[in-house]
Ligand binder design. Structure first.
Ligand SMILES: [Fe+2]
Ligand SMILES: [Fe+2]
Length: 166
């Protein structure tokens, strides 16, 4: 791995931005929202049956996907927005990307609770799914179309939120 291009993940693992054309990257990110939504749904459903083993399994599966996903969003999408229109005009997009840490913290908390079989787990899974939905909607309705138009992709149309490609 080239150290200069490596990004430090939130807990030490390094993830590098994927080398994709910008339009293709956005398509991949949208597909990953669908995959993450499906995984979170399975975890939430398992939490409601108090099947803690399955919750832990689903959350562990999502972890590397989530880390790679936000590496690309922050190092490619956010970088393009800030680099093109500046921090002030990208303030709303910066705010959306600031949700990554709370989402990740909730995933970590839910994983911990799953090992403790805590009753809090169900509520945490609900909170996690709701925050993720709000976040993915903001990205697809506002952030990605703006980034695509700035990248010269030409599209300013909303990227369909429920475009489940996986
Ligand atoms: Fe995101
Ligand atoms: Fe995303």
């Amino acid at each position: 791995m080239t150290e200069g291009r490596a990004r430090q993940g939130m807990e030490g693992a390094s993830y590098r931005p994927r080398n994709l054309g910008f339009g293709e990257l956005i398509t991949v990110l949208v597909s990953e929202h669908a995959a993450m939504r499906a995984g979170l749904e399975k975890a939430k459903e398992a939490a409601s049956r108090h099947d803690f083993r399955v919750v832990g399994f689903e959350l562990r599966k999502l972890d590397p996907l989530f880390r790679q996903h936000i590496t690309d969003e922050e190092s490619q999408v956010l970088r393009l927005l800030v680099g093109t229109i500046g921090k002030e005009r990208a303030a709303e997009e910066i705010r959306v990307f600031q949700q990554h840490r709370p989402i990740f913290a909730l995933m970590q908390k839910a994983s911990e609770l799953a090992t403790l079989s805590s009753d809090e787990l169900e509520a945490k899974q609900e909170e996690l799914s709701a925050l993720f939905e709000e976040h993915a909607l903001a990205e697809q309705a506002r952030v990605f179309p703006k980034a695509l138009s700035l990248a010269g992709g030409g599209s300013t149309e909303e990227v369909p939120f429920h475009d489940r490609k996986i």
